[in-house]
Design a binder for this molecule. Structure first.
Ligand code: ADP
Length: 796
C-alpha cells in the first residue's frame, strides 16, 4: 500500500519501531512537516541523513528506509526549537521524495518476515543469548546508563523482532549500525545482526580492559618503585649518607689524589658503576671497598730521603749496643747504594739486605733505625706461616671478601711510596699446592719488575721500586735459593753475657723503668741482671731478658703503691728470686763431674747456640740401636756412622768383642721436646757410646762439637761463635773443636775466648784422649795405618 507522509530528517538519531523517542526539531522544513502531520493524523516519517553536517538534505542525502511515527507531544523550548515525543510504529520503504515547502515522501510498508521462515531454526536460544549478551554489554559499557526498570522490561521480551529493536535503541552504536538494524526486515537476521554488534563490542571491551589492566599494572609498578626510591633517598638523607653526595665526594677525592692515569681511569669507571647500582646491594659494597683501597694507597706521596751514611751510623750506634760487624756491613751497603744512585748507573741492581740471626738479637730494631736515620716510614710484615701466593699478591675480586695482598696492605700502612719495608721471617714461608709465595716475593724484590707489581685484587700495576726492602730470617737453610741469591746476608750471631748485661743496663732497664712510671724509683743491680740472664733465660738474643725486666718492673710498681719507698730502690739478686720465683735453669752448671755414658755436645739452633746433653746406655741384647730425643734424619745418620766406626775399631778401643750382636744400645739426646738436627753431635755421641760400652767415665766439664766420618776423622761444623757462646754461658771452660774450624775463632769475642780453653782435634782418637778420665785402661795402640792415609781437607 502506497501513501504519502511528511518527512522530518534526523541528523544522528534513528528511531526504531515500538520505541518512544524525543526528537529535537529546529529546521524550518522539518517544522513545517511537523505542522502538516499535526493538522492531519499525527503521522510523520522520520528518516536519517547519510551525513549529519548537511543542513538542507535532498532525496539523495537521505536513507531509503525510515520509521513511520506518531507524534505524541510537542514542547516548545526557549530557543524556539521543538522537542517532539514520537512513537515508532513500523518500518517503511521510501519509494520517492516529493520536494515542496516541506519534504514529503511516498512510502510502502516494509513487511517483516515471519519468525518461522528465518534461517536460524533455533531462534529462541538466540533470543536468550542476545539477552545475556546485552546484560553483559550494559554492565560493561560505561556510556550506557540504564535503570533496572528498563532492564527488567527487556528481560520480559519474548519476541525476537521487538527485542532486536529495543536493544538497538538503547545501545550506544553509531547511526549507520542502527540504521542497518532498521533496514533489516527479516527478524532472525535482524537479531543476528544485533547479536553480532553486541559480540563485537564485548570483545572490544575485553581488549580494552586487558589493555588498561596492563597499563595500570605498569603504572603501578613504576609508581611503586618511584615511591620507594624517593623514600629511600629521604631515609638516607636522614641518616646522613646521601648517595649522590657520596658519588660526588668520591669523584672529588679521585680528582684531588695524584693518581697515575691508569688508576684514575679505573677508579672513575668504578664510580660510574657504583652510581648505577642500588645503594644497598652487595655489589656496591664490593665496589666501595675497592675504591677505598685505591684511594688509601699511596701513589705519589713520598718522604724526603736523607741518604747520609754518617748520620745513619750515629742513629745505629745510639739505638744499639755492640753489633759492630752488622752495623759496619749495613753502612757499607748504604754507601754503595748512595754512590750507585748518584752515578745514576742503571746497571746497578741493589741487593736486598737480609739480617739473619736468632730471635731478639735486634734485627727488627736495626731495620727501624735504618728507616729513622733516612727519614722514611717503616713498616714490618711477618711472612711466618705464609704458604699461599695470594697472601702476597691478593685474591681476585671475584672471591667473596677478597683483599689486596700483604705487600699492598703494608704500603697502605706506610702511607708513602718509599718506606723501609721489613719482611720478617722470610725463612718461615712455605710453598704448597696453592702456589709458591716465594715466586711472588721474588717479583716484589726484583728491581727490574717491581715498578709494575701486579696485585690480583688491585688489577692496576703498582710501583714498588722506591721501597727499600729488608728481610730477616732465623736461619738461611730454608730460604729458597733464588731468593737467597738476590740478598746480601748479614749474620747477627747472638750476644755474650757481657753484651747482654750492657744492653740491659744501657737500653732495656731505663726503658722499662720509664714505661712503668718508676723513673728515679727503681734500678737493677749488675748482680740482679746477671742472675736473670744466667738463671732465668737461655737465649741468644735479649727478648726474654727484656720481658723479665718488664716483669720485675711490673711487680715493683705494684709494691711501690703499697710501700711508697723514698729514693731509688736497687733490685739485687736476692730480690730477683723473690720477684721472679724459682729459676728454671738453675742446674745449668751442675753436671761437671765425670759420668759413664754422658757427654755435652754443642748445637746451633734457630734460637742460637745451646749445649746438648747426650746419654748412652748399653745392655745385653741382640744388637739393637735406639735413638731418641726428636732427632732429625741427619743427626740419626751421624749417630749410625759413629757406631759403625766404633764396630770397625772395637778392639782398638777395648770395646766388648761382637758388641753389635750381643748388646743393645740406646742413645738419648736430652730436652726431647726440642727437635734437633745436623751432623755436629757426631763425636759427642761416639764418646758417650764408648763410655757406655766400656763402663769408663768421661769428663763432665768438657763440651764438644764435630762431625765424625766412618773412618774416625773429625770434620768442621758451622756456627762456631754461637756454640762457644753457649758453652760459655753454661759455665763450661774446656771445649773440643774440629781442627778445620780453627780459623772461625776470629769471630768469637775476646772476652769469651779468655775464659775458654779450646782444644782442636782432627781424629776421634784425639777426642777420647782428652775425654777419658785417667785411671782406667787409657793406653790405646798407635793409629792404624788407614787413618794416616786419609785425605786431608775432606772436610771442605
Ligand atoms: P729480632 O727482630 O731480632 O727478633 P728485636 O729487634 O725485636 O729482635 O729485638 C728485641 C728487643 O731487644 C728490642 O727491643 C731491641 O731494641 C732490643 N735489642 C736487641 N739488640 C739490641 C742492641 N744491640 N742494643 C740495644 N737493644 C737491643
Amino acid at each position: 500500500m502506497d501513501w504519502e507522509l511528511p518527512v522530518i530528517a534526523l541528523r544522528n538519531q534513528v528511531v526504531l519501531p515500538r520505541t518512544l523517542e524525543n526528537v529535537d526539531v529546529g529546521r524550518p522544513k522539518s517544522k513545517r512537516a511537523l505542522e502538516e502531520a499535526q493538522s492531519a493524523d499525527n503521522r510523520v516519517l522520520l528518516v536519517v541523513q547519510r551525513e549529519a553536517r548537511i543542513d538542507d538534505p535532498g532525496a539523495s542525502d537521505l536513507y531509503d528506509v525510515g520509521t513511520l511515527c506518531v507524534v505524541k507531544q510537542v514542547i516548545r523550548l526557549p530557543d524556539d526549537t521543538l522537542q517532539v515525543l514520537v512513537e515508532g510504529r513500523e518500518r517503511v520503504k521510501i519509494d520517492a521524495y516529493l520536494e515542496g515547502p516541506s519534504l514529503r515522501a511516498e512510502v510502502t510498508t516494509l513487511e517483516e518476515t515471519a519468525e518461522e521462515e528465518g534461517t536460524n531454526g533455533d531462534l529462541a536460544s538466540l533470543v536468550e543469548q542476545t539477552k545475556s549478551a546485552f546484560q553483559e554489554y550494559a554492565q560493561q559499557n560505561k556510556n550506557l546508563r540504564l535503570d533496572s526498570f528498563h532492564l527488567e522490561n527487556l528481560r520480559g521480551l519474548k519476541e525476537a523482532g521487538p527485542l532486536a529493536d529495543v536493544i538497538a535503541k538503547y545501545a550506544t552504536w553509531d547511526v549507520a549500525d542502527k540504521q542497518s538494524v532498521l533496514e533489516e526486515a527479516a527478524v532472525p537476521q535482524r537479531l543476528e545482526l544485533v547479536y553480532g554488534f553486541l559480540s563485537r563490542d564485548l570483545e572490544r571491551f575485553d581488549t580494552e580492559k586487558q589493555l588498561s589492566a596492563r597499563v595500570k599494572q605498569q603504572m603501578d609498578a613504576n609508581q611503586r618503585e618511584y615511591f620507594l626510591r624517593e623514600q629511600m633517598k629521604a631515609i638516607q638523607k636522614e641518616l646522613g649518607n646521601d648517595e649522590t653526595d657520596e658519588i660526588e665526594a668520591l669523584k672529588t677525592r679521585i680528582e684531588e689524589k695524584d693518581l697515575p692515569e691508569a688508576a684514575k681511569d679505573r677508579a672513575l669507571k668504578e664510580v660510574d658503576r657504583l652510581e648505577k647500582m642500588p645503594n644497598g646491594s652487595p655489589e656496591a659494597t664490593v665496589v666501595r671497598t675497592y675504591l677505598d683501597t685505591i684511594l688509601d694507597l699511596p701513589w705519589s706521596e713520598m718522604d724526603e730521603e736523607t741518604l747520609d751514611v754518617s748520620h745513619t751510623a750515629e742513629v745505629l750506634d745510639a739505638d744499639h749496643y755492640a753489633l759492630e760487624e752488622p752495623k759496619e756491613r749495613i753502612l757499607e751497603f748504604l754507601a754503595v747504594r748512595q754512590l750507585a744512585k748518584n752515578a745514576e748507573d742503571a746497571q746497578y741492581k741493589a741487593p736486598i739486605l737480609c739480617l739473619v740471626g736468632p730471635p731478639g738479637v735486634g734485627k727488627t730494631s736495626l731495620g727501624a733505625s735504618i728507616a729513622r736515620s733516612m727519614g722514611r716510614a717503616f713498616v714490618r710484615m711477618s711472612l711466618g706461616g705464609v704458604r699461599d701466593e695470594a697472601e702476597i699478591r691478593g685474591h681476585r675480586r671475584t672471591y667473596i671478601g677478597s683483599m689486596p695482598g700483604r705487600i699492598l696492605q703494608g704500603m697502605k700502612t706506610a702511607g708513602t711510596i718509599n718506606p723501609v719495608f721489613l719482611l720478617d721471617e722470610i725463612d718461615k714461608m712455605t710453598a704448597d699446592f696453592r702456589g709458591d709465595p716465594s715466586s711472588a716475593l721474588l717479583e716484589v724484590l726484583d728491581p727490574e719488575q717491581n715498578d709494575t707489581f701486579a696485585d690480583h685484587y688491585l688489577e692496576i700495576p703498582y710501583d714498588l721500586s722506591k721501597v727499600m726492602f729488608i728481610t730477616t730470617a732465623n736461619s738461611l737453610s730454608t730460604i729458597p735459593r733464588p731468593l737467597l741469591d738476590r740478598m746480601e746476608v748479614i749474620q747477627i750471631p747472638g750476644y755474650t753475657l757481657h753484651e747482654k748485661l750492657e744492653i740491659a743496663t744501657r737500653y732495656r732497664v731505663p726503658r722499662q723503668v720509664r714505661d712503668h712510671g718508676l723513673t728515679d724509683k727503681l734500678d737493677l743491680t749488675q748482680d740482679a741482671l746477671r742472675r736473670i740472664v744466667t738463671e732465668y733465660t737461655r737465649e741468644a738474643g735479649v727478648r726474654n731478658l727484656d720481658r723479665l725486666i718488664a716483669k720485675v718492673a711490673r711487680k715493683s710498681a705494684r709494691r711501690y703503691l703499697d710501700e711508697a719507698w723514698d729514693g731509688t730502690r736497687d733490685v739485687d739478686d736476692a730480690m730477683v728470686r723473690d720477684l721472679l720465683g724459682v729459676p728454671p735453669y738453675r742446674d745449668e752448671r751442675a753436671e761437671t763431674e765425670p759420668h759413664v755414658g754422658l757427654t755435652h755436645g754443642l748445637a746451633w739452633t734457630s734460637v742460637g747456640g745451646v749445649t746438648l746433653d747426650i746419654e748412652a746406655v748399653s745392655v745385653p741384647g741382640k744388637g739393637k740401636v735406639a735413638l731418641t730425643g726428636q732427632l732429625g734424619e741427619v743427626m740419626k745418620e751421624s749417630a749410625h756412622a759413629a757406631i759403625a766406626y766404633l764396630r770397625n775399631h772395637a778392639s782398638e778401643y777395648h770395646l766388648p768383642e761382637g758388641f753389635h750382636e750381643t748388646r743393645d744400645l740406646h742413645v738419648h739426646v736430652l730436652e726431647g721436646a726440642t727437635p734437633k738436627d745436623g751432623p755436629s753431635a757426631g763425636i759427642a755421641i761416639a764418646t758417650a757410646v764408648v763410655s757406655a760400652l766400656t763402663g769408663r767415665a768421661v769428663r763432665g766439664d768438657v763440651a764438644m762439637t764435630g762431625e765424625i766420618t766412618l773412618r774416625g776423622r773429625v770434620l768442621a761444623i758451622g756456627g762456631v761463635k754461637e756454640k762457644l757462646l753457649a758453652a760459655h754461658q753454661a759455665g763450661i771452660q774446656d771445649v773440643l773443636l774440629p781442627e778445620d774450624n780453627r780459623a772461625n775463632l776470629e769471630d768469637v769475642p775476646e772476652a769469651v775466648l779468655q775464659d775458654l780453653n779450646v782444644t782442636f782435634v782432627s781424629t776421634f782418637r784425639e777426642v777420647l784422649e782428652v775425654m777419658l778420665v785417667p785411671g782406667g785402661e787409657t793406653a790405646f795402640p798407635p793409629p792404624a795405618s788407614e787413618d794416616a792415609v786419609e785425605r786431608p781437607g775432606a772436610s771442605a
